[in-house]
Design a protein around this ligand. Structure first.
Ligand SMILES: [Zn+2]
Length: 221
């Protein structure tokens, strides 16, 4: 585990009865700086929070105990479940995001995330396909942590999946997206998939490579 400093947020509740933690959701803060984000995540009026926040230098704050339901996902969907907050741990990475000046995630921040996420996965039965970005579970509303987030390196440390292409038809994309976990009602699920798993081209258009990578995800899951 990295060094963790407690900085309690009042924004949490009970997890729904019977909900085991089986998802890890990654976010960026999307604000001008870490201090503003921390203030918002601890403001009772804002009604938002996450379990952890990691700054650019790799300092980790615990805002909400893992036993509690933090308020980070909002209206969301993954693999048939909509109360994502009840079954997930949420981590906020300090980054200004697409709105205020999106920067690559610095190495110390990624190192701290890797250590923290490994510890979380050792405590909870979180399958690799349930390590997701906010954009995966709320594609029509959210872009975080975004295409600069290095999911491939994270997967190489055993956290999440990075796909190898296998045979599939472009026409199968809607079915494959749904099978992997995306909301069948979302208009932008394919773009969200590309933002996470094929960041070199995020156009939301069906293509053969997207189909093959999606099939590869399902083969690995
Ligand atoms: Zn988010």
């Amino acid at each position: 585990m990295p060094d963790i400093t407690d900085h309690p947020s009042p924004n949490h509740g009970e997890r729904a009865e019977g909900s085991a933690v089986d998802m890890l959701v990654l976010h960026y803060t999307g604000m001008q700086d870490g201090a503003s984000a921390l203030a918002r995540l601890c403001d009772p009026a804002a009604q938002v929070s996450a379990h952890y926040m990691i700054d650019e230098g790799g300092a980790v704050l615990r805002l909400v105990p893992e036993t509690r339901r933090a308020w980070h996902a909002g209206v969301a969907y993954w693999r048939g479940h909509s109360d994502v907050n009840s079954r997930s741990i949420g981590i906020e990475l300090v980054n200004r995001g697409h709105e205020y000046g999106y920067d690559p995630f610095p190495r110390p921040q990624m190192t701290a995330l890797t250590e923290l996420a490994s510890a979380i996965i050792s405590r909870h039965p979180i399958p690799a396909r349930n390590v997701v970005g906010h954009s995966d579970i709320a594609p029509d509303r959210k872009m975080d942590p975004g295409e600069l987030f290095d999911w491939e390196s994270l997967a190489a440390t055993g956290i999440g999946i990075w796909p190898q292409a296998v045979a599939a038809e472009t026409a199968d994309i809607p079915r494959l997206l749904m099978q992997f976990g995306y909301d069948p009602q979302a208009d932008t699920a394919l773009a969200a998939f590309q933002r996470h798993f094929r960041p070199a081209r995020i156009d939301g258009r069906p293509d053969a490579e997207s189909a093959r990578l999606l099939a590869g995800l399902l083969a690995a899951a």
